[in-house]
Design a protein around this ligand. Structure first.
Ligand code: MN
Length: 321
C-alpha cells in the first residue's frame, strides 16, 4: 500500500459512494466483484448505515471491499446503535440494549426497511467485528474522537480495540460503566457540562435546554472554556437572546479538554460539517474531518493520505476547495 483514502460517513448514499470510489481511482474487479485500487486502501470512518436510500447496496459494496482487503472500516455510532437496537437485554426479556422507542426507531427506519431478515443478521454480525479505531502507524482513524485515555479503558475491558463477545457489548451499553463512557467519547465525541463551569444552560435550535456542549477536541492545545465548547449552533438563552460568548476560564487538562496533542494526523467523521473544509474547524495541522453531510444535501468526502505528517487541504476529495 502506498496510501489510504479515508472516506466519510456514507449513511446509505450508494450512488455517491460509487462516484467517489471512481474519482479516487478504484475499479470493480472482475474476479472479486469488489472495488479495488492497485496500490491504495480505503478506510471508512463508520456510519455506513441509516437515513439514505441505498442501505443494502452500500453494505454490499463496502463488505466486498473489506473481504478482499481493499478496505477497512471503523465502527460508527450508527453501527453500534444498530447492534444495540437488535440485541435483547440478557437480564430484561423483551427489552433491547437500545430502547425501541419512537425516536430511536425513526432514526433507524431506513435500515430496518431496506436490510431485512437473515441479511440484516449477517451484517450486524459483521458490524460486531469492526475496530473502534485504527492506528495505521503514521495515520490514525476514529469515528468521532481520538482520545488515548478512552482507548486505554477500552483495551483494558476488551483486551483489544474491538469486541470479541456479546457480554462485552452488553457492558458497553450500560450507562455509568467506564466502558460505556469511553465508547461514547470515541464514537460520539466528548462533551463538557457548562453548568459545572458556572454557565447557564443554552437552548438549541429545536428549543431544547441543554447544559452539555460538544468539545472541540481537534483544536491543538485548546485549554479555555471559550475555545473548547462548540457553541456555533445558533444557541439562545432562556429569554431568547443569543447565548453570550463563554469566558476564557481554564479547563483542567486531561479531565475535560480532550484536546488532541499527538504528532500523528487523525482523520475522523461524525460531525456533519458543510461547505468547504475550513482551517481550525474542519481541519488542523494534525486533524481532518471527512463528514461533509453526504445524506443531507452535502457531499460524500474523502481525505487522500500520501504519508504526510501535516494535513493538506488539497488532499480532500469530493468537497470544493
Ligand atoms: Mn456518527
Amino acid at each position: 500500500m502506498t496510501g489510504y483514502d479515508i472516506i466519510g460517513d456514507v449513511h446509505g448514499c450508494a450512488n455517491e459512494l460509487t462516484t467517489l470510489l471512481d474519482a479516487l481511482g478504484y475499479r470493480r474487479s472482475t474476479a472479486s466483484g469488489a472495488y479495488e485500487h492497485p496500490v491504495r486502501q480505503a478506510i471508512f470512518v463508520g456510519d455506513l448505515v441509516d437515513r439514505g436510500p441505498g442501505q443494502l447496496e452500500v453494505l454490499q459494496t463496502v463488505k466486498r471491499m473489506a473481504d478482499c482487503g481493499s478496505a477497512q472500516v471503523v465502527m460508527g455510532n450508527h453501527e453500534f446503535n444498530a447492534i444495540a437496537y437488535d440485541t435483547e437485554h440478557p437480564d430484561r426479556p423483551g427489552e433491547h440494549l437500545r430502547p425501541r422507542n419512537a425516536k430511536n426507531t425513526k432514526q433507524h427506519q431506513a435500515f430496518l426497511d431496506q436490510v431485512t431478515s437473515d441479511t440484516r443478521s449477517a451484517y450486524l454480525e459483521w458490524f460486531m467485528t469492526f475496530p473502534l479505531w485504527l492506528d495505521l502507524g503514521d495515520i490514525r482513524v476514529v469515528h468521532a474522537c481520538w482520545h488515548e485515555q478512552s482507548m486505554g479503558e477500552v483495551e483494558g475491558a476488551l483486551g483489544a480495540n474491538r469486541f470479541s463477545s456479546r457480554d462485552q457489548f452488553v457492558r458497553a451499553t450500560a450507562k455509568r460503566d467506564p466502558l460505556y463512557e469511553a465508547i461514547e467519547v470515541l464514537l460520539k465525541g466528548p462533551e463538557i457540562d457548562l453548568t459545572k463551569h458556572g454557565q447557564l444552560p443554552y437552548y438549541d435550535k429545536d428549543g431544547h435546554a441543554r447544559s452539555r456542549a460538544r468539545v472541540a477536541w481537534w483544536k491543538y492545545g485548546a485549554s479555555t472554556l471559550r475555545d473548547l465548547a462548540v457553541m456555533d449552533g445558533g444557541f439562545r438563552t432562556a429569554t431568547g437572546e443569543a447565548y453570550p460568548v463563554l469566558p476564557e476560564d481554564q479547563v483542567a487538562a486531561g479531565e475535560e479538554s480532550f484536546s488532541y496533542c499527538g504528532d500523528v494526523p487523525v482523520v475522523y467523521g461524525h460531525y456533519w460539517r458543510s461547505g468547504e473544509p475550513r482551517l481550525g474547524v474542519d481541519f488542523t495541522e494534525r486533524t481532518a474531518c471527512v463528514d461533509f453531510s453526504a445524506v443531507n444535501t452535502g457531499t460524500l468526502a474523502a481525505y487522500r493520505w500520501d504519508g504526510e505528517s501535516e494535513i493538506r487541504p488539497e488532499n480532500y476529495v469530493g468537497v470544493n476547495h
